[in-house]
Design a binder for this molecule. Structure first.
Ligand code: F6R
Length: 244
């Protein structure tokens, strides 16, 4: 059994609202919070909720700093599928954030240098809430199955499973999906104050079942959340909870 706080919602919309409420609570208490952010389809609804709350003047991002989990390697920053573009399109350009306060690992150029630079940035801060999605293979960030839990920011070779899953963003052509990425390591993720993992849909059900079993397994990177000392929330819709 896991000590993770599990919240099962009726649908994707409710999942997004529940997660947004946790961000709202933090930002009302701590307007200069450090937020760890994720990309992918799962958080889009949550980002829409945060944009709504910002436009309604319920929360402000004026003093917030953000740190994203990962970025594809060798994809130009301005590419429509880079995570830099994703964050601008789905969140940053719609809210009152100072763009200089947003951080993503750099995907272009020397990965070793880029990883060290991002690690140095993270070393000096504490993330208040880290948002995570989960891969159907249990990955978090781009920490693929088999990754050691004690490494920091690093370059990864994406697995065939992840390349296949992400082909939907690249005209369903696996050849167009970048093969490498740079990601926060599990060590960075476990260093944060509070973790919120969101998941919807039946293709996440098996991974969620493994995480919630409480068993720590290197081949299920998200199972590392059971080692976290702070709070962990797993917010899932009925379908992602269907194997629990
Ligand atoms: C994205 C990330 C990935 C995704 C995961 C799920 O920054 O780190 O771990 O969260 O691949 O992606 P979606 O939400 O597209 O199913």
């Amino acid at each position: 059994m896991s000590k993770i706080n599990l919240i099962v919602t009726e649908n994707y919309e409710e999942m997004s609202k529940k997660a947004a409420a946790l961000f709202e609570e933090l930002l009302k208490k701590k307007p200069n919070a450090n937020l760890g952010l994720a990309t992918g389809s799962t958080p889009i609804g949550l980002y829409k909720e945060l944009i709504k709350l910002n436009k309604a003047n319920e929360i402000s991002f004026k003093d917030v700093k953000t740190y994203n989990l990962d970025e594809y390697c060798d994809l130009p920053k301005q590419h429509e599928q880079s995570y830099y573009t994703f964050m601008n399109e789905n969140l940053f350009k719609h809210i009152d954030i100072n763009i200089n306060n947003t951080h993503l690992p750099k995907g272009e150029g020397d990965s070793k240098i880029n990883a060290k630079n991002y690690e140095d940035i993270l070393k000096n801060i504490k993330i208040d809430i880290q948002l995570l999605g989960i891969g159907s293979n249990g990955h978090i960030g781009f920490n693929e199955p088999g990754t050691d839990f004690d490494i920091g920011v690093h370059e990864v070779q994406l697995t065939d499973n992840t390349i296949k899953d992400n082909a939907r963003f690249f005209e369903n052509d696996i050849n167009k999906v970048p093969k490498k990425a740079i990601t926060m390591g599990i060590k960075n993720i476990l260093d944060v104050e509070t973790i919120i993992l969101v998941a919807n849909g039946v293709n996440k059900a098996e991974a969620i079942k493994k995480v919630m079993s409480g068993k720590i397994d290197k081949n299920v990177p998200a199972s590392a959340l059971n080692l976290h000392k702070g709070k962990v929330y797993v917010i899932v819709d009925k379908e992602a909870a269907s194997k629990l």
